[in-house]
Design a binder for this molecule. Structure first.
Ligand code: NAG
Ligand code: NAG
Length: 294
């Protein structure tokens, strides 16, 4: 057997050994894309990625074609359908939510965790098939949305006939949900709900509405937030992914998708040197103290 054959055999054998470990370590490392969505700071694909305030609320689940970004709250796990980093908003699509083409009773309530960085954005809930519509929560100025959505043939799957009076429908546009942070359909005595982010070009055509629940998230707060965001932008420009490392949750720039290959301020400099100028944990200590001072 000649030497070069042996070498090529050996290197082939070594590659077989090495590739699976590379793949499995990059799977646990941070991602800048999940399914079709770009992931940027402060969102992250999992533990150690993005800002620690977003874990375990936002995670990238599944693999290959099934890979998708989800929001998890105490009421369930919801697919994230769009993100706007410019406006700090994201849209989720709960599986129990109705829309013009598909309506169904919703057994579950929807809620946001009080401690999470999320609060409701500007979408409006349309509560459907309610036995009473309490005037205190229903916003009469949006009653035309009820009339429009009642024109969807799918309304019959809620036991209602199309174009029937809309007295069992109510538009609820809360600045926040009840004190528990929940849309509690049982208490509201409604069987189903829809939620609309935008009415599109033809506001009277519910087939064209953009359905979903819009959530806004808070950016980094506190003493170090400007330095943090500047460092993070530097990291992202160098193709790195911003993250944090336990136990102090120090800022790290995760390079090449590999946690181990360098945690510098950017992937072009300080490679391999842990870059720590403060920690997210310190920030949470700084904020209440600053507030006290003001
Ligand atoms: C990076 O490494 C640290 C320590 O080895 C580990 O605790 C952390 O979860 C890792 N983060 C990622 C995103 O792999
Ligand atoms: C309507 O809801 C169904 C089932 O929940 C979903 O498959 C479909 O994509 C939704 N359509 C729109 C336009 O949101």
């Amino acid at each position: 057997m000649n030497m070069s054959f042996l070498l090529s055999f050996l290197s082939h054998f070594l590659l077989q050994l090495v590739i699976p470990t590379l793949v499995s370590s990059s799977q646990s490392a941070c991602k800048n894309k999940c399914g079709s969505l770009d992931i940027q700071f402060p969102l992250g694909s999992g533990h150690g990625c993005g800002s620690p305030r977003f874990f375990p609320y936002v995670t990238c689940e599944g693999e290959g074609d099934a890979e998708h970004l989800v929001l998890t709250t105490h009421t369930g796990t919801y697919p994230i359908t769009s993100i706007s980093y410019a406006t700090s908003t994201l849209t989720i699509s709960p599986p129990h939510m109705s829309n013009c083409s598909s309506m169904h009773a919703s057994p579950a309530s929807f809620g946001i965790d009080w401690a999470s960085p999320f609060h409701l954005g500007s979408s409006a809930f349309i509560l459907l098939a309610c036995s009473t519509t309490s005037s205190t929560i229903c916003d009469a100025s949006y009653a035309h949305l009820c009339a429009s959505i009642h024109s969807c043939p799918a309304i019959s799957s809620l036991g209602l006939s199309p174009f029937a009076p809309t007295t069992s429908c109510c538009v609820y546009s809360p600045s926040n949900l009840n004190t528990k942070g929940d849309l509690d359909l049982q208490t509201l005595k409604c069987n189903a709900y829809s939620s609309v982010v935008s009415l599109g070009d033809i506001p009277t055509d519910p087939n064209q509405w953009d359905y979903g629940i819009e959530l806004k998230y808070m950016g980094e707060a506190g003493f170090d937030s400007n330095i943090l965001e500047a460092s993070c932008r530097g990291c992202e420009r160098s193709e790195g992914i911003c993250g944090y490392a336990p136990p102090r949750n120090d800022f790290v720039c995760v390079c090449n998708g590999m946690n181990s290959s360098g945690t510098g301020a950017s992937c072009n400099s300080n490679q391999g040197v842990p870059y720590s100028w403060g920690s997210y944990d310190d920030q949470s200590k700084v904020v209440p103290w600053l507030k006290h001072l003001l």
